[in-house]
Design a protein around this ligand. Structure first.
Ligand code: FE2
Length: 444
């Protein structure tokens, strides 16, 4: 629950800052200096860029703005401005060395703890009330940690990250109904009260959603493999025009990291480990185009963003929207697979304690879920604290993803949280579930 007094809120901020930094350190200490400055994929920054960029954003917002302190390294602002340099160009920049980077982020963090000790959280300034700026910086670091985790997945070489496997699927996973009916009617989408919600999640507003059915669990590797093995990638009619063009140009034949051997067995590479593709795990590393094609093959479609959020948050008993599918409490290990606790999704049907009131599972954690919606502002949207946070990405170029993945930290994940990416992207930990509209007689 949200701390009610200032000192407890300060403690919470300190804990979150420390937790995010421990994760950044684990991701960057796992490889040597050569690996840190290498570009493992043109889609990604060198790990050392992400780390310094995290420190630079923290300096800009917390040291200079909130704290009103003099700059630590104003000379490097331009190098670590994500809007100045495309990811592919970042390795050629005169970046700080790994050693300089570690020193820089530590210096900034020391100053931030000093700022935190005296920061007012109820002065009427929106940036600092409820410690918003600190929450934004915590989420920013956790988001880059997930990006760094994706870089690790793209890196070749021996495994350097290790984590226990998720628990096996619960006994009822095999007997769950394939889909859940969500009744027609209005629900509250977005939030005006979640203290650390970002501008694109605001404000809360009523949305009418027609009756629909949504998959109880994300689409599994086993189900997706049927699409692959039935020639789905070679069948024009399952694909949108843009999807087919991309499938053809990029030569896609299966999810990223999947390989078929001579016997026809599918294998995957996961953080350097080669293993058979597990049939009962949610599929991931698929693009929006692939998800859309699968859904069409299955006689279904992707859910809209509003459908996804209604399935996740709407409580028919009270008519209100919850923070998470299971209620308003922060996630625990019983609710969802978050925070890189495991280096893979949990089997479909896992986390019964994390189910929504209507019985939909794994909406939070495991894999990001592609929706059919473009990224846009809600009615009444106001950019905060800067246009580049989300507004400049609004438009048909980006599709919305929901729910977070095994690589998403709880601090950067909630029922209202919105992520967005290009429909061709598949290095992210993204899968999907399907939905369908209901005929009147089914809607009841
Ligand atoms: Fe960033």
């Amino acid at each position: 629950m949200w701390p009610t007094d200032t000192e407890r809120l300060r403690d919470r901020v300190a804990t979150e800052l420390t937790r995010s930094r421990a994760r950044s350190a684990a991701l960057t200490d796992a490889v040597d200096g050569t690996d840190l400055v290498r570009q493992h994929s043109p889609l990604m920054s060198p790990l050392v860029w992400d780390l310094a960029h995290v420190g630079n954003q923290e300096e800009l917002w917390l040291v200079r703005d909130v704290g009103g302190r003099p700059p630590v390294r104003q000379d490097i602002d331009e190098l670590y401005d994500a809007f100045r340099h495309a990811r592919g160009d970042r390795p050629a920049l005169p970046l700080l060395t790994p050693e300089e980077t570690r020193g820089y982020v530590a210096t900034v963090r020391d100053k931030v703890f000093d700022v935190l000790a005296g920061a007012p959280f109820d002065s009427g300034r929106r940036l600092t009330d409820d410690a918003f700026a600190f929450g934004m910086i915590v989420q920013h670091e956790q988001q880059h940690d997930e990006t760094m985790l994706a870089t690790h997945q793209l890196r070749s070489g021996e495994p350097v990250l290790h984590a226990p496997a998720p628990p096996p699927a619960p006994a009822d996973a095999a007997t769950l109904p394939p889909e859940v009916v969500v009744p027609a009617g209005p629900f509250t989408m977005g939030t005006s009260t979640e203290p650390w919600a970002l501008d694109n999640e605001r404000p809360a507003h009523q949305v009418h959603v027609d009756a629909f059915a949504i998959d109880t669990v994300p689409v599994s590797n086993g189900a997706y493999r049927e699409f692959v093995d039935s020639g789905g990638y070679a069948t024009r009619r399952w694909w949108s025009d843009a999807g087919w063009r991309h499938r053809t140009d990029a030569g896609l034949v299966a999810p990223l990291n999947w390989h078929r051997d001579a016997d026809g067995t599918w294998w995957r590479t996961r953080f350097g480990v080669v293993e058979p593709v597990p049939a009962d795990e949610p599929v991931y590393h698929v693009s929006h185009h692939e998800a859309t094609a699968y859904a069409r093959w299955a006689g279904r479609r992707l859910p809209t963003e509003a459908e996804w959020e209604k399935a996740a948050r709407f409580d028919p008993a009270t008519g209100r929207s919850r923070r998470y599918p299971w209620g308003d409490d922060d996630p625990t290990v019983e609710h969802a697979n978050l925070g890189q606790r495991h280096l893979r999704p949990a089997p479909v049907g896992s986390y019964p304690a994390g189910a929504s009131p209507l019985g939909v599972r794994q909406l939070i954690g495991d894999v990001w879920e592609w929706t059919s919606s473009d990224f846009g502002g809600y009615p009444g949207f106001a950019a905060f604290p800067y246009r580049e946070y989300s507004e400049v990405f609004f438009g048909a170029e980006y599709a919305v993803l929901r729910g977070g993945s095994f690589g998403t930290d709880a601090a950067a994940c909630r029922g209202t949280f919105r992520n967005w990416d290009y429909p061709i992207r598949r290095q992210i930990f993204a899968g999907f579930r399907c939905a369908r509209g209901l005929r009147d007689e089914e809607a009841g």
